[in-house]
Design a protein around this ligand. Structure first.
Ligand code: LMR
Length: 329
């Protein structure tokens, strides 16, 4: 009897860690570089809420905003290594790991509005592009919006001549590099987390970004002018580590797919409003002057940048550019 009790206790001891282990939630570390109060930040929080709800706590999502874990380039390497499980880098950031095609979305004046973008991302081209992630140890799950980019500097930027000789911070995209070179400016790749300080100290003269990113990083406090060009777009691809994703129990993955689909809809429904609100806040701050280019100035910008559609064929693929141009038109 003594022995039996002892054996039962021993069995319980052996079983205990296994039981505890079985109850450990699966952790998804979701790292990103922007503030929580942005289209991407809110999308990430929504995904966390829905993923934890639909899996009844079997999955725990830890969101790390503001580059607290990794900056732009490092976060992609960390994802490939499995140090984090989920990211949403902008389209412009996949080049350095060998996926150049998403830079097609950086072509200036490509998208007249978000409906045009959806024709690409929600159609066959968008699906095919997501599959490109597979060869790099990732799975592409969804496209999330931020919004349209504006130009900023300490001098008024209206026509192409105004850009000449100025240094601009860019994301790591060859199309963006070419865009600023075409304008006679000097592009400099820099992590998002370093932009505010670079503008403040004059390491660069200007940058391009969405209202939401400018406002939440306080860029408008260190740039005298923002020109409302809407010349380009910032959007994200939500990616997960492929080994992690493929290794999940099928029922969990199904619930996470559902959470992702719903948080994508949520994120994309409120991104435009986020940017409008951020613009209003920038106006209200009175810390910068917002310029609206004339139709003639826009036409001049378009004309100057038009050769990029041919020139960038060798970078992102001529056929892809043609296909995308046709789909958005
Ligand atoms: C940038 O680097 O300017 C943006 O891609 C940041 C972001 O994630 O929106």
């Amino acid at each position: 009897r003594q022995w039996l009790v002892g054996a039962a206790a021993a069995a319980a001891l052996i079983a205990a860690p296994a039981a505890a282990l079985a109850q450990q939630p699966i952790v998804i570390k979701f790292s990103h570089v922007v503030a929580p109060d942005t289209p991407k930040g809110k999308g990430a929080e929504k995904f966390k809420e829905l993923a934890e709800k639909y899996t009844a706590g079997k999955v725990k999502v830890e969101v790390y905003p503001n580059s607290t874990l990794y900056k732009d380039k490092e976060e992609l390497e960390a994802l490939q290594l499995g140090a984090v499980q989920m990211l949403a880098p902008s389209n412009s950031k996949f080049g350095p790991i060998g996926i150049k095609e998403f830079e097609v979305f950086d072509l200036p004046f490509l998208l007249p509005n978000l409906d045009a973008l959806r024709k690409v991302t929600e159609g066959p081209i968008g699906k095919r592009m997501l599959k490109l992630m597979d060869s790099k140890g990732m799975v592409g799950l969804a496209y999330w919006d931020n919004g349209f980019k504006q130009m900023s500097a300490n001098k008024p930027l209206k026509s192409p001549a105004d850009y000449k000789g100025l240094k601009f911070r860019i994301q790591s995209s060859k199309v963006l590099e070419a865009q600023f070179r075409t304008l006679g400016a000097v592009p400099q790749v820099m992590a998002f987390s370093e932009v505010y300080q670079a503008l403040q100290t004059g390491v660069v003269d200007g940058q391009e970004n969405t209202w939401s990113n400018m406002y939440t990083q306080k860029m408008h406090e260190v740039q005298k002018f923002i020109t409302e060009t809407n010349h380009g777009y910032i959007g994200y691809v939500v990616v997960v580590n492929k080994k992690f994703w493929d290794g999940l129990p099928a029922d969990i993955r199904t619930q996470l797919d559902k959470a992702m689909a719903e948080s994508t809809q949520y994120a994309n429904n409120q991104s435009a409003k986020e940017n409008e609100d951020a613009k209003a806040d920038i106006v209200k701050s009175g810390k910068t002057t917002i310029l609206t280019p004339t139709a003639a100035e826009v036409a001049e910008m378009r004309k100057t940048m038009a050769p990029l559609y041919d020139d960038m064929g060798k970078r992102v693929g001529k056929e892809l550019i043609d296909e995308v141009v046709k789909a958005v038109g």
